[in-house]
Design a protein around this ligand. Sequence first.
Ligand SMILES: [Zn+2]
Length: 245
Amino acid sequence: MKVEPSIQAQLLELAKIDTELTRIAHRRKSLPEQQEVDRLETEKTARKDAAVAVEIAMDDLDRDIRKLETEVDGVRKREQRDRAMLAAGTVGAKQLTELQHELDTLIRRQQVLEDELLEVMERREAAEADHQHAGAQLSRAEDELIDAARRRDDAMADLNVAEQRCNADRSAVLDQLPTELVADYDRRRSRSGIGAALLQARRCGGCRIELDRGAIAEIAHAAPELVVHCPECGTILVRTKESGL
Ligand SMILES: [Zn+2]
């Protein structure tokens, strides 16, 4: 294939744009801002789970409190009934002993239940504090996530702008190049990642390998219009004054 050297040189511009497009695509996939969003989403889920767990614990404690309160109430009512019977003075001696015995038992039972109730209420209070703490941590994680998502969106928007600019530059360069040359460039690029590179100081700018004397002599003798390729990686080699020929 024969192409004007000045047109061949434009392949370097195309390669530069393509390298930039690859960099943008890679950056989009490995965006630190996205990683931060992912991390905060995981954290938010964990915080939410923690808050829900505390809510469940609070519900359990509320149920325990209601149960104990009902029990205390029942014991008090029996106590009142027994005291009323004692006060009425209508019971016989045997029943009186039984009643007093029952009253003692009821009083002890009430004490135990009230102690238990107090303990559960203290745990409920601690759970309430945990709940507030969990809620605060959850809303902080949510706020951080909103900020991080905004930073991610900004970074993505910057990349999109840069990509659009590269694509515009790319089509402008492509307009200057013969179809056959572009096809060769694309084929070689899909094979090795680099379609065209500068031959600089006898070294291929694509694979960075220094070409041997034979290859250099061959390239040096080739007509400037002839499109030459790196014998090592196959990339199109663009010759300039810096090529060391
Ligand atoms: Zn090479």
